[in-house]
Ligand binder design. Structure first.
Ligand SMILES: Cc1ncc(COP(=O)(O)O)c(C=O)c1O
Length: 341
């Protein structure tokens, strides 16, 4: 039986609505670089969701931990790479909800920076009281989780598993809700033709936004920048499937097949591996707007938005909105990338 967004169990964790702020100085800098007309630029500050340095996962965790509590679970288990922002926000959300948290982090990113395996999100996970278990990249995940769930049960616990990135239909409800919030903000500015650009990885953010767009029927177009997989077409299919499931939960119309806008040109060598465009975007936005992006997601996402603007993709748009999905602690894990040159 479909429900409305207010009927699913939801734990209030985020500071909402997040601000939508115009980036005048970034627009001027881009104009000066290229002489090209640049649409008005805005940033939707989901890095300001408020939970342990914020980020997009907080909105998903409102629904995920709402479900965990409704099911009477006492231990949250999730997974990701060593510098997972999702893991850090899950640790914080579990702490705020009074639940135990176990993070199974795979050492899967071949990045050799000196702080990568101890600072950034990993440091915060530990401060937030999560139990961190590091596994090698080639560990058998099925076995690892099977043993862990048995262990929790034999200690009298009841586990709630949050998939990578919180990207289940339940988690994506957070971004269907975010779409409605943003569409209201865009409408208040009288915008009719806008695009929302963001970094896309496990896909729940984009899937939720697309489901939200189906629910509302009008508002900004949604465009993802792939920061995750070499196979962009397969990733877009996965996002479409998740968007369909999320829309179905809300009784919204099904997003058309082939409608996921996902750009694979800004990933570089792979997930978590720096690119020159990422470095330039992080420094440019920091120095024009005083806003900190991150090396894994939003830096590549912003490099994508800038590249798309320069290619003329948004010439018809009244405004382009960048969704800042957070990730700032990752800067500390990639300190060499921003050393004086
Ligand atoms: C800072 C940041 N931005 C974007 C994303 C991508 O969101 P999703 O996994 O929902 O595609 C993530 C995911 O971990 C993230 O941490």
């Amino acid at each position: 039986m479909p429900k409305t967004l207010n009927e699913f169990p939801r734990l209030g964790l985020a500071h909402l609505p997040t601000p939508l702020v115009e980036m005048h100085r970034l627009r001027e800098a881009l104009r000066a670089q290229d002489g090209r007309d640049v649409p008005r630029l805005f940033i939707k500050r989901d890095d300001c969701t408020g939970l342990a340095t914020g980020g997009n996962k907080t909105r998903k965790l409102e629904y995920l931990l709402g479900e965990a509590l409704a099911q009477g679970c006492n231990t949250v288990v999730t997974t990701g790479a060593l510098q997972s922002n999702h893991a850090r926000q899950t640790a914080a959300a579990a702490a705020a909800a009074g639940l135990s948290c176990i993070l199974v982090l795979f050492d899967s990113v071949p990045y050799a920076g000196r702080a990568y395996r101890k600072s950034g999100n990993l440091l915060l996970d530990r401060i937030l009281g999560a139990e961190v278990r590091v596994e090698p990249a080639d560990a058998d995940a099925g076995h690892v989780f099977g043993e862990l769930f048995k262990e929790i049960e034999s200690n009298g616990g009841k586990s709630y598993f949050v998939p990578v990135g919180g990207s289940s239909p339940t988690g994506s409800l957070g971004y269907a809700r975010a779409y409605l919030e943003l569409a209201d903000q865009a409408q208040a500015l009288d915008f009719r033709k806008t695009v929302l650009v963001h970094a896309s990885s496990s896909g729940g953010t984009q899937a939720g936004l697309v489901a939200g767009a189906q629910l509302r029927g009008s508002g900004p177009a949604v465009a993802g920048i792939n920061v995750y997989r070499q196979d962009t077409a397969a990733m877009a299919e996965g996002i479409h499937a998740l968007a369909c499931k999320t829309a179905a939960l809300l009784d919204a119309s099904t997003p058309p097949a082939g409608s996921i806008d996902l750009d694979g040109d800004y990933l570089g060598e792979g997930y978590g591996l720096p690119t020159p465009g990422m470095r330039e975007a992080v420094e440019l936005v920091a120095r024009t707007e005083g806003v900190l992006l991150d090396p894994v997601y939003t830096g590549k996402g912003m490099a994508g938005l800038i590249g798309q603007i320069m290619s003329g993709k948004y010439a018809e748009m009244e405004a382009a909105i960048f969704l800042h999905t957070g990730g700032m602690p990752g800067l500390f894990a990639y300190e060499e990338e921003f050393a004086p040159r």
